[in-house]
Design a protein. Structure first.
Length: 247
């Protein structure tokens, strides 16, 4: 028996990285998992990797498309219990040099996409009598990270959205929380962070180890399960105490 037996989940940006790690953990715990992602080739690979996963090709920037895909999946699955807002787009540059199109893309995927997913999923969660929404935040909200000003601002907005939605939806039995990983080695992150950069991040972590995708996934299982039945409106950090390190 898994702690998510019988639950139905959607994970945005679920085809790779942290999203796929969460999908594996949810499937292991008995959930039916839908992977919403724009990368169809990666989706096909993830569907082979995650037992029972359903690929949901979708551009999260397109509100109408998100509503249509989520409605269809919930209808086919008999409802929806869990939404994980994981989709993000990264572009690092000094704020004064940040190109307008990159700012727009980050906002469209990381903030607007989360809002469209919330709008799509919430009616289905209410119909089930409650559930869980988990927004992927970041320790970038709490510490200054070079060239990550726009990304940090978007994740800070997600923290605020989490608190707002926890209050708005709590009466429907929907628990909304955020999950803020520290540095996690994934293909996407490694495209912008060098080996030297990973080593520097490890040195700044009191536990002297970086969180793995499995570590983050276990926290996501907790926030989706009845073990966190009275946990709402928080941002849970999985960062090895990086953000509370003093000098």
């Amino acid at each position: 028996m898994g702690v998510l037996d019988g639950k139905v989940a959607i994970i945005t940006g679920g085809a790779g990285g942290i999203g796929r790690g969460i999908a594996r953990a949810y499937a292991r715990e008995g959930a039916r998992v839908g992977l919403l992602d724009i990368d169809e080739a990666l989706l096909a690979e993830a569907a082979r990797d995650v037992p029972g996963a359903v690929p949901l090709p979708c551009d999260i920037c397109d509100r109408k498309q998100v509503l249509r895909v989520v409605d269809a999946y919930a209808g086919e699955s008999g409802g929806l219990d869990i939404l994980v807002n994981n989709a993000a787009y990264f572009f690092y540059a000094p704020l004064v040099d940040m190109p307008e199109d990159e700012v727009g893309r980050m906002l469209d995927v990381g903030l607007k996409g989360a809002l469209w997913s919330l709008q799509a999923a919430t009616p289905h969660l209410i119909a089930r009598g409650g559930g869980a929404i988990i927004n992927l935040s970041s320790v970038a909200v709490s510490v200054s990270i070079s060239r990550a000003g726009v990304y940090s601002a978007i994740k800070g907005a997600l923290d605020a959205l989490t608190r707002q939605q926890a209050v708005e939806l709590g009466g429907h039995g929907i628990r909304v929380n955020a999950l803020a990983p520290g540095p996690v080695v994934t293909p996407g992150a490694s495209s912008v962070i060098s080996e030297e950069g990973w080593a520097a991040r490890r040195r700044r972590t009191p536990l002297n180890r970086l969180a793995t995708r499995a570590d983050v996934a276990e926290a996501a299982v907790f926030l989706a399960s009845e073990s966190s039945a009275t946990v709402a409106g928080i941002t849970l950090k999985v960062d090895g105490a990086m953000t509370v390190l003093g000098y």
